[in-house]
Structures are given as C-alpha cells and as structure tokens.
Design a protein around this ligand. Structure first.
Ligand SMILES: [Ca+2]
Ligand SMILES: [Ca+2]
Length: 590
C-alpha cells in the first residue's frame, strides 16, 4: 500500500498549482516508502516504542481479533497473517492471488465480531492468475471486498461485497476499510489513475461534469456488512452512486471516526504536494480532479465546475494541507488514556514517506484541528516548518501504513518500510529511575530491580549508574533474615507474550564475603556466578518475575551489588546494576 508520487519534480512547489502528472504516468515508483532501519522514537519521554513483531513482508494494515491476537496483511503475497502473543502463525489464514505492482495488492482489513461469528473484511486487487502477474501484462480483475468468516485458523465462506475498478491503475486504489459507529463499512477508493491516464475514465464523482455518473471510483463508499446500500443514497439512488458517502477523492489510505462526535475524518494524498486532512460530512466533495489542497492555491479554480449532484454534494476545504507530500496514510483517534490522559481522543496521523506520526488536538466542538500558533494558515510549507515539532509525535518508523489502537489501549504502528509492527506505550512505572542507559534503550524496556517485601532492615546507601533500587522495605519487620525479594521486569513484550528470554544475573559482593549465596529459583548462586533463566512468560499481576533472593546467613550486613543482564530474541542485550547496603535491624530507627 504505497503512496507513490510522481517522479518528475522540476522544483519544489510551495503552493499547490494545477497538477501535471501526464509526463510521469508511465514511471510509477515501486515501493515508494521509507525503508530506513532507524530505531523509532517518540518525543514524549514518558512513552517508549516496543517491537511487537518483525519479519513481515511489505505489511499494509492490521486488525485485532483479541488481546495480543491480530491479523496483518502482506501486500504483495496476498496473505493474511495471524500474530498471536507476538508469534507469527506457521500458516497464513488466507493466501489469495493479487495483482501487486506499485499500490495494488492486499490492502485493507477490518474485523467485526458478534456472539457467534467473527467476520473478516478484506480489500485486495484480485487477479485471475498468480501473484504479480500484472507485472507481466495480465490485467487485474478488480479491486474487491470480501467478507470471510474466521473459523479456527482459517478464513472461510467468502462473500463478495464490492466489485470496484482496478484499471487503469496501478495507483490510487485506497482500500483501508473502517467500520463506523453505525456498524457499516466505510471504504476509501481513489481515481485508480483514471483521471489522467489512458484510458481516461471520466465520472461525475471525479468532478467531470458531463460524464458517467459513477463507477465506484473516487469516493468513500458505505455499505452494510452484507454489502448492501445504507438507506437512501446521499447523492442519488442510482447504483453505484447510492453507495457514495463522499466523492472527489484523489486517493486515501486513512479513515477515522471521532469517538466523541462520530464525525468521519480522512487523509488524502496529493501528487507532489497537497496532502490533506479532511472532515468528511455526508456528501463531502474533496474536489478532485478539479483541485486538491486549498482552493485559494489553485490557479484556475472555478467552484462552479465542481459537480454537486443537484446540491446534495458539497465541497469543503481541508483542515490541514502539507506543502510537500508526506504520503499520509492512517488516521485514528486514540480512544484510550493508556498513553496518558492528555492524549485521550486525540487524532494521530501516520505517513509513508518520512516514517512520522503526527498528533493533533481538536478544538472545543471538534470541527477543526487545534494547530500550533505558528501554523495559522493550516499549511505546512515543509516538513521542518516552524510548528511542526509541536505536532510531531514519533519518527524513525520507516514508512507507516497503519496505526491501530489495540485492546490494551496502546498505539500500534505498522511499518511497511521495516516489515515490523511496533507499539507505543508508557515506560515502566518508576522506570525513569531504573532506565538502562544502553544505546538501544528506545528499542527495549528497562530492567527494574526492586525489593518488595521482607527486608525491612535493608536500606539503600547509595545508588549506582542510573538504576535506583526501591528498597522501601517493611519497617515493621523485626526479622532480619536478609531475604531480598527481587522483581525483574523483563523485556516486557516478548516475555509477556510468552517468548523465551535469557537473563543473566550476576552477584557482586564488594566485601568479598563468603556469604552471598543467593538463591534464585531454587539455584544457589555465588559471587561471580551467572544465573541464566529462560522465562516462560508467566509473570505476576505487575508483569514482573519475582525471585526470592536469600543473601547469606542471618545477620549478614554490608554492601551488595547485583547486576542483571537481559536479552531476548531480536533485541540487543541490556543491563542494569543495583547496589544495596544491608544493615542490622538494630541499626534501624523505627
Ligand atoms: Ca498469494
Ligand atoms: Ca480536497
């Protein structure tokens, strides 16, 4: 699901002018997305980025079946992959033949559950042949939406819901399926390159006045989960016009419903410039192919040229425009406060050319973006324009094709550029104190050494490195048995999902006493020993592994250092050091 831009750019165009794509139409770039292997990051230091799964081949979009259980699509293979607890299923749920050049392929997914069934809706560019045969000259059949049922680990009983044009293509297929608050399906589809590439196919939904009314292109379509029209047509009752919720769409990869107002918002892609964020009321006309971006920036714009379907359709200006194309894709609202209440119901938008995530707040009645004061024109002249840093939430993800809020309330990011899915979540509790300062810290979580119980007579004398141990202890305990309960917060995600993780724990007794026979998991360890443990994924309610660590005999006192190194498949190792000073109970003041 790449956003392609034209290849012929003679100059950086600051304000959109009338498009000229004809010179570039034969030269669409394959895989025009950012492939960087940079480690992703988020601007908010209270949040961090975690790898959920890698090794995906050109993933486009994802949808959750349940907690830690989701579907992700692979564009060029036409496969539907299930990922459960971070593990990719050995066999795809489905593998169909797809035309896959440029923006064609397996593009959109949505999941709907009722008491007895799980429906999976899929949008793909279907071909009567093998994957990629369109690259050899075979024309695709159509862009199609099917409804499948999930039974066990298979998708079965396909029902064709929508049969949409796939030619001339290969771009502007849209495809991101969204289920609305009314439980209907909303599907964006662009002009499939037909606005300017031969054979040019003119329709009124592309704002060609004297033309075919509609053929499924250039709109946001709305159908029931059975593929039927919803009530009276907004623009008219002929088919397929009756399916149009909005029109004049050049191309879109992102729809999102505001959970507060139920308003629909959309990202839209301009050619070399003029990417948009739009508020989409029923009957919305985005203006293509007469215009894109703001009308004031169109040299020859004449609003009377726009098709209105007898006044039922209405052009609206974008709420925000990017001067240079960013390849906007997913648009979502974070209907969760798991990243902090300040982000609740905020809009997040991803892009495919820069690997960025933008964060927007809305105004009081939620009809406008509450933009930084430096962006009063609602127009970004460049990616680094003043004010952009105020809305730049994350970067370094490679090309982003989907954002999703998981059942856990965290923000999931599909990186088509890295073949990975990340999630954004808060740092561990207290992890500011316990942060491991390795270079890879953005990619992994902290190790958390904290005493939880039974060592009421221990206290911290000093802290080393960046690790602060939390030996609050139980001051009522009169029993100085020097039993230290150490909880290790592992590399969170791989472990909580059940993957194995090696942890090496080294005890360093600065006093070189013969006392530090620590016991972990039934194993005695001694100073200098390494203890290796493969976690099995069973943690306590805090997501931590807790080990009873008995330090020497009763009455042992003095400094003790504990070093923990953790590593997990796919991650670099990380380590932390905690130091303790164990004192006699009699030395403690009550
Ligand atoms: Ca296939
Ligand atoms: Ca527009």
């Amino acid at each position: 699901m790449m956003i392609s831009t034209v290849l012929v750019i003679s100059a950086i165009v600051i304000f959109p002018c009338f498009y000229n794509e004809t010179n570039a139409q034969q030269a669409f770039r394959e895989n025009n997305f950012l492939r960087t292997e940079r480690i992703p990051s988020v601007a908010d230091s209270n949040l961090e980025v975690e790898l959920v799964v890698g090794g995906l081949q050109i993933p486009t979009t994802m949808a959750f079946l349940g907690p830690d259980d989701f579907i992700v699509l692979e564009k060029d293979k036409g496969t539907v992959i299930r990922v459960t607890n971070g593990i990719i299923s050995s066999k795809p749920l489905l593998d169909v033949s797809v035309a896959n050049s440029v923006e064609r392929g397996m593009l959109g997914v949505a999941v709907s559950k009722n008491a007895s069934k799980t429906f999976v809706f899929l949008y793909h560019t279907e071909i009567n042949g093998n994957d990629s045969d369109d690259r050899k000259g075979l024309q695709p059949l159509a862009n199609r939406i099917y409804r499948y049922e999930l039974v066990g680990n298979e998708l079965v009983n396909p029902i064709l819901l929508l049969d949409l044009p796939a030619n001339p293509g290969p771009r502007h297929n849209g495809g991101a399926i969204e289920i609305g608050p009314d439980n209907n399906l909303y599907i964006p589809i662009g002009d499939v390159d037909a606005s300017f590439k031969k054979p040019i196919i003119r329709t009124m939904t592309q704002n060609f006045g004297d033309a075919l009314v509609a053929d499924g292109r250039s709109g946001i379509l709305r159908v029931t989960q059975d593929g039927q029209p919803v009530g009276e047509g907004i623009l008219g009752n002929s088919m397929p016009l009756k399916l149009y919720y909005a029109y004049g769409i050049r191309n879109s990869f992102g729809l999102g419903f505001d959970p507060v107002t139920n308003n629909l918002w959309e990202t839209e892609n301009g050619p070399t410039h003029g990417d948009e964020v739009n508020l989409v009321y029923p009957g919305f006309n985005s203006g293509w192919h007469e215009m894109y971006g703001f009308s004031y920036s169109q040299q020859k714009f004449d609003i009377s040229k726009l098709v209105t379907f007898d006044g039922k359709g209405k052009y609206s200006e974008p709420k925000l425009v990017w001067g240079r194309t960013a390849g906007l894709t997913s648009l979502i609202f974070l209907n969760s406060d798991k990243l902090g209440t300040q982000y609740r119901n905020d809009m997040f938008v991803g892009d495919v050319h820069n690997g960025r995530i933008y964060n927007f707040k809305l105004n009081a009645d939620r009809t406008e973006l509450a933009l930084p004061k430096s962006l009063p024109s609602k127009f970004f002249t460049s990616l680094n324009a003043t004010g952009v840093d105020e809305i730049l939430f994350g970067q370094g993800f490679g090309g982003i094709t989907d954002l999703t809020v998981g059942p856990d309330g965290y923000l999931y990011v599909v990186s088509i550029g890295q073949g990975k899915i990340f999630r954004i979540l808060p740092n561990l509790p207290n992890s500011n104190d316990m942060r491991i300062t390795s270079e890879e810290q953005q990619n992994i979580s902290a190790t958390n050494l904290s005493e939880t119980n039974g060592i009421g007579d221990a206290q911290i004398e000093e802290q080393q490195n960046t690790l602060t141990t939390n030996l609050s202890g139980d001051s009522d305990s009169a029993d100085n048995n020097n039993e230290l309960l150490i909880s290790i917060s592992p590399l969170k995600d791989p472990v909580t999902r059940g993957e194995s993780q090696n942890t090496t724990i080294t005890v360093i007794d600065a006093a070189s006493r013969a006392v530090a026979n620590a016991e972990i998991d039934g194993n005695l360890i001694y100073p200098g020993d390494n203890f290796e443990k493969e976690f099995s994924g069973v943690t306590d309610s805090q997501g931590k592994f807790v080990y009873s660590w008995i330090i020497g005999e009763k009455g042992d006192v003095g400094p003790l250092a504990i070093e923990v190194e953790v590593s997990s498949h796919g991650y670099p190792p990380s380590s932390a050091v905690g130091s303790f000073d164990i004192v006699e109970s009699s030395a403690q003041s009550e």
